[in-house]
Design a protein around this ligand. Structure first.
Ligand code: ASP
Length: 354
């Protein structure tokens, strides 16, 4: 009798094991999701007009965007994670002097370069961010290390740099970030600011005002969906030219400059950071999708064209949702942007009506 009971128990437990392992396989199956992987990147928004661009400069931007998006796409196509795709694409843009991130970062009022970056994983809702670093070659790598290897979400300035050294992240002399073009931009803004002040001493002027500065935001960012259905986003920047007082923008603020949640979408922002922080732009788009069940495009359009605009903010976002739909929405004259889907279809655009 006992033998029969023992056999029954063993038999039942074998059936149970078999079912649960099948369930695991089913729940991990990427079948439908693998068809919709993809990524989208930006290299900043702003007063980017064809008439102000030379053919060779435009070509240089398009080539660099293509290099970055193809590298991220390869990671995804080879079965890599969305986070790996995000950092791979962003590293390429950070290493290019064309963009306001890493090499090519804009200058502060004092003539230094202070870098901000963040990443977020849509599966775990883990995030990492760094602000005000002056010696880290690739700030996005440090943001990732903060997420993976520290118990914190955000580190700043000297402490962040100490952590970078401990993590073996590449450190460079601050002079690495110098580019003539960005230094000249600072000089011309300082000149304009001086003139504006001389003209009308009684009206306070915003030292970040894009209308005085003729702004071209050059932040870089990426949002990706991998074959496993996981979303990730990242953003890296030098901030805004002429920033003072160790100002920190939206790029390292989770929910403003970067947000990712598998329940909705992954977003990276670029624009006048103060407005993106006040509007919690990246999270707002995800929240609209999650709570109001609107499409990514509708959510992005409402947040960038209505809410942000009404607040007085300029800029844009790139985003990908859990089904691989993409939004590249901006309320400026242009935004450097590119998208590549699972089939390898590539879109690269700069101006508004392309
Ligand atoms: N959002 C960035 C900041 O405010 C600037 C940019 O997008 O270029 O720091």
């Amino acid at each position: 009798m006992n033998k029969w009971i023992a056999c029954l128990i063993i038999g039942l437990s074998l059936i149970c094991c078999d079912t649960s392992s099948k369930e695991k396989l089913i729940s991990k199956s990427p079948a439908s999701k693998s068809e919709s992987f993809g990524l989208v990147i930006h290299g900043g928004a702003g007063t980017i007009l064809k008439e102000n661009m030379t053919d060779s400069l435009e070509m240089a931007y398009r080539d660099k965007l293509e290099e970055a998006i193809r590298a991220g796409h390869k990671v995804l196509a080879d079965g890599g994670t969305s986070m790996k795709a995000v950092t791979t694409s962003i590293n390429i843009l950070e290493n290019s002097p064309l963009f306001n991130a890493g090499k090519g970062a804009v200058f502060t009022h004092e003539g230094t370069n202070e870098l901000d970056a963040s990443v977020m994983d849509g599966h775990t809702l883990n995030a990492g961010a760094i602000a005000g670093v002056t010696t880290v070659k690739n700030p996005i790598d440090l943001a990732l290390a903060v997420m993976n290897n520290s118990e914190h979400v955000m580190l700043s300035a000297k402490g962040a740099e100490k952590f970078a050294t401990e993590q073996g992240i590449e450190i460079v002399d601050p002079s690495y970030f110098y580019t003539d073009r960005r230094f000249k931009s600072l000089q011309s803004i300082l000149e304009k600011e001086k003139k504006a002040l001389e003209k009308n001493q009684s009206t306070p002027i915003s030292y970040l005002d894009p209308f005085i500065n003729d702004y071209k935001y050059g932040t870089v960012g990426c949002a990706a969906l991998d074959k496993f259905g996981n979303l990730a986003a990242g953003t890296s920047t030098g901030g805004m030219t002429n920033k003072k007082y160790n100002r920190i923008g939206d790029a390292p603020i989770i929910g403003a400059g970067t947000y990712a949640n598998n329940a909705s979408c992954a977003v990276s922002s670029t624009g006048w950071g103060e407005y993106f922080i006040r509007g919690m732009v990246a999270h707002d788009i995800a929240a609209m999708m999650e709570y109001k069940e609107v499409t990514l495009q509708d959510a992005a359009q409402e947040v960038i064209q209505q809410k942000l605009k009404n607040l007085g903010g300029t800029g844009g976002i790139v985003s990908i949702d859990k089904n691989g739909n993409v939004a590249m929405e901006f309320n400026t004259a242009g935004m450097y942007r590119a998208h590549m889907n699972a089939e390898g279809k590539l879109i690269i655009k700069i101006y508004e009506n392309e």
